[in-house]
Design a protein around this ligand. Structure first.
Ligand SMILES: *Cc1c(COP(=O)(O)O)cnc(C)c1O
Length: 387
């Protein structure tokens, strides 16, 4: 059997895959099993922030791999401790819990928020306000946090304790806070899976002020918006707010699975010994990869993200066949006159990989994508939208 047949026979049918098997890559160029080359504007869903086969990252990862691949959390570990230090120094957060995915990073955030509510407000203060059209993960609890019925309906009953406010509507948040005993508000500063929709700075500033007044924790789900994607180290830094908890994953490990939950001053100690854990969490190889990624997210690199973003927005805004362009940094949603799937297929046939978010074409290029590659890819995307 060939790869596609093996997959169909043996892999649980939860994914509607593109008809593409990627086998190797360099930078933003990737090659499939038939030898065809593509410019990749998807980066494995905002994961491969420095593209494929990045020498510096490979060096950091293999150096650690040759020393020790895993120790468990029964012991101290240098890459894990150094990564936590870097994350805290760069964000002002106080402590970090490491896991293996975005959903797990959010699970930890939710546990910490509930514990904070119990300790500081009373045992019944467990409800978390999230936003409609949000996406927070696929575990039963993070599905419950996700404000989209389509994800809920097959798996009831979900974890209790989530209510959903309208995005960019502070009155909707206030109403829910009045009707429920709440401990936190959780949000993505740019809703990724929900259609690449940024929250407004007015909403986020009002949310921060309201949360402070009501002693609600602010949880920023930075799984997709984090690690340089929006042109700042973390997306919230574009909006002049200070969350109490920041969860992240996707781009953090540069391609290796790692999740991190950063805990601010108020919640740094609410999860005590034995209250949470993860066998693979803080894996030294993943942490070594993440340390390399974080160390390279310099002001200069982030300026490059903004430059590339400005280029994409200026090319696509008002172009033929394009209704709107949304997003922040290198997290961009393109609303097309043609069906998005059709545009995606045309691009792929012409050697450009783009992905989907709801009814939009979504672009998540490498943070350091070569300008010539980006220009070529955007030209092809424009043609696909216009023809
Ligand atoms: C992808 C994503 C998640 C889930 O991450 P996994 O690593 O797939 O568990 C959670 N929140 C947001 C905002 C995401 O984009």
């Amino acid at each position: 059997m060939n790869i596609k047949e093996l997959d169909k026979e043996y892999i649980a049918p939860t994914y509607a895959r593109f008809p593409l098997c990627l086998v190797s890559g360099k930078g933003s160029r990737v090659i499939d099993d038939e030898g065809k080359e593509y410019i990749d504007l998807g980066t494995g869903i905002a994961v491969n922030g420095f593209g494929y086969s990045d020498e510096e990252w490979i060096g950091a990862v293999t150096e650690q791999l040759r020393k020790v691949q895993h120790t468990s959390n029964l012991y101290f570990s240098e890459p894990c401790a150094r990564l936590a230090e870097q994350l805290c120094v760069r964000t002002g957060m106080k402590k970090v819990f490491f896991s293996n995915s975005g959903a797990e990073a959010n699970e930890c955030a939710i546990k910490a928020a509930r514990k904070y509510g119990e300790i500081n407000k009373g045992a019944e203060y467990t409800t978390i306000i999230t936003l409609k059209d949000s996406f927070h993960g696929r575990t039963l609890t993070t599905l419950a946090a996700t404000g989209q019925d389509v994800f809920h309906k097959d798996f009831l009953p979900l974890t209790d304790g989530f209510v959903y406010a309208e995005a960019n509507n502070i009155e909707s948040v206030k109403e829910l806070a009045k009707e429920n005993k709440c401990c936190a508000v959780m949000f993505e500063v740019v809703q990724g899976e929900g259609g690449v929709r940024p929250l407004t700075i007015e909403f986020l500033k009002a949310l921060e002020a309201f949360a402070k007044e009501q002693d609600l924790l602010l949880i920023a789900d930075e799984v997709q918006t984090g690690n340089g994607r929006t042109g700042k180290l973390y997306g919230y830094m574009n909006f002049d707010i200070t969350p109490d908890i920041v969860s992240t994953a996707k781009g953090l490990g540069g391609g290796l699975p790692i999740g991190a939950t950063m805990l601010g001053e108020k919640v740094q100690d609410v999860l005590g010994a034995g209250m949470h854990g993860s066998t693979f969490g803080g894996n030294p190889v993943c942490c070594a990869g993440a340390l390399n990624v974080i160390s390279r997210l310099t002001d200069e690199l982030l300026e490059g993200v903004v430059e590339r973003s400005n280029y994409i927005f200026s090319e696509l805004n008002g172009a033929k066949g394009i209704k709107s362009v949304s997003g922040l940094g290198l997290m961009i949603g393109v609303e097309t006159e043609k069906d998005a799937s059709e545009v995606i297929t045309t691009c792929r046939n012409k050697g450009v990989i783009v992905i989907k978010a709801k009814h939009k074409v979504r672009l998540l290029p490498a943070l350091n994508i070569d300008m010539d590659d980006l220009k070529k890819a955007i030209k092809i995307l424009k043609e696909a939208c216009a023809e």
